[in-house]
Design a protein around this ligand. Structure first.
Ligand code: PMP
Length: 394
């Protein structure tokens, strides 16, 4: 039977990882895959995670199943981290999921069950897996203008016009902070305008927040999500712990469905538990438990926050070094956007031919849409990248 399967193109980012591995040049630079790396190129296990794992190993006396929604303590701790005091706890239905991807997938399935004809509006560009999962589920995708290739900032007027086309019962997918793949973000005033459009159209927002703490700080990065959640009658929020806790392979995420209507909230909770049961039954617990331990223990939490802050400021430092080196070499401010962008990524705004040239000539690997992982740089490679960008005429 399996001969009927269609072969699928390899994931372009994973293919890039392979090409990088096979490149014999000592001077090669990997700005491809989206994981945080320190100055030595390592993706470290955070100190608080190590401590929590140690403690868990000592104290955990069973590995019996959790509930279908995961451990309620994990949901409580994450809802507080993401939403703060923006909404009352009892308005939030939540399930633990395998990573942020699991949360995104369950959110799309919930939308489809609630309203099979719903369209999902996504930024152009967005994280490719959003579009891929929507296509897979047969949900209609409507791109909205987002990245302005001239300014390398947000095409805000275009965005507002396009999401204004959404109808009640459609969904508008928004990145809570640190937009992937562009690095270009809205400010809080812009977010208020987005809220106004959502209220006018009756479209339901879905927020994907995968990088809380990587942009302007833990609280700052949650502000937009909190503003939206506290302003609209219903919203979905998919949160990932992969980046900010550095537990990529533990597959830790939470899907939240906020509803001001108590009956709808109960239906959401029951349906999300049902969806977990159908797809994988009980969600993974190890990463979720570590996160819960860290968030609920003052010392572990303080240590985690301090290390996350080091991660965040190291990326900001690399951004400003790169922007000023490019200013020096180009004699212009046209790369200033690199210091304005936030999170792990920046879209350089180069053609795929230039990206290819950077790879073949200089051994610099970035995604073909010119997304660079800023965390792939260090103090030595910043000037090398800047020179290659200028030499390539970008
Ligand atoms: N959303 C966005 C925007 C992302 O960039 C990512 C990670 N690449 C995810 C969700 C999902 O992350 P994970 O499944 O690894 O937690």
């Amino acid at each position: 039977m399996f001969e009927t399967l269609k072969s699928r193109p390899a994931d372009s980012i994973l293919a890039l990882v392979q090409m990088y591995k096979e490149d014999p040049r000592q001077t090669k630079i990997d700005l491809g895959v989206g994981v945080y790396k320190d100055a030595t190129g390592l993706t470290p296990i955070m100190r608080a995670i190590k401590s929590a794992e140690h403690q868990l190993w000592e104290e955990q006396d069973t590995k019996v199943y959790t509930g279908l929604a995961g451990d309620p303590a994990f949901a409580d701790a994450m809802i507080k981290l993401v939403l703060g005091e923006a909404v009352a706890r009892e308005t939030v239905a939540a399930v633990a999921t395998p990573g942020g991807t699991g949360a995104v997938r369950q959110a799309f399935e919930l939308i489809q069950m609630a309203r099979p004809e719903a369209r999902v509006f996504v930024s152009n560009p967005t994280w490719p897996n959003h579009v891929s999962i929507l296509n897979y589920l047969g949900i209609e995708v409507v791109p909205y203008r987002y990245f302005d290739n001239e300014t390398r900032g947000v095409d805000f007027d275009g965005m507002i016009e396009d999401i204004g086309q959404a109808k009640a019962g459609d969904v508008v997918l928004l990145h809570g902070c640190c937009h992937n793949p562009t690095g270009a973000n809205l400010n809080l005033t812009d977010w208020q305008s987005v809220v106004d459009v959502l209220l006018e159209t009756g479209a339901v927002p879905m927020i994907d927040i995968a990088y809380q703490g990587f942009g302007d700080g833990l609280e700052e990065d949650a502000r937009a999500t909190r503003l939206v959640a506290s302003s609209v009658p219903e919203c979905l929020i998919a949160a990932s712990c992969s980046k900010n806790f550095g537990i990529y392979r533990e597959r830790t995420g939470l899907l939240m469905a906020v509803s001001q209507d108590a009956d709808a909230r109960k239906l959401n909770q029951d349906t999300l538990a049902f969806l977990n049961r159908q797809n994988y039954s009980f969600p993974p617990d190890h990463g979720a438990r570590l996160v819960t331990m860290i968030l609920n223990d003052d010392a572990l939490r303080a240590d985690w926050m301090a290390e996350l802050e080091e991660v965040r400021s190291s990326m900001l430092e690399l951004r400003s070094q790169l922007a000023s080196e490019l200013q020096r070499l180009s004699g212009s401010d046209r790369f200033g956007f690199l210091a304005q962008h936030r999170g792990m990524f920046s879209r350089l705004g180069a053609t795929s031919e230039k990206v290819e040239e950077m790879r073949s000539k200089h051994g610099i690997y970035m995604v073909s849409d010119s997304r660079m992982n800023i965390a792939g740089l260090n103090a030595e490679t910043v000037p090398i990248l800047a020179k290659a960008i200028i030499d390539s005429g970008i």
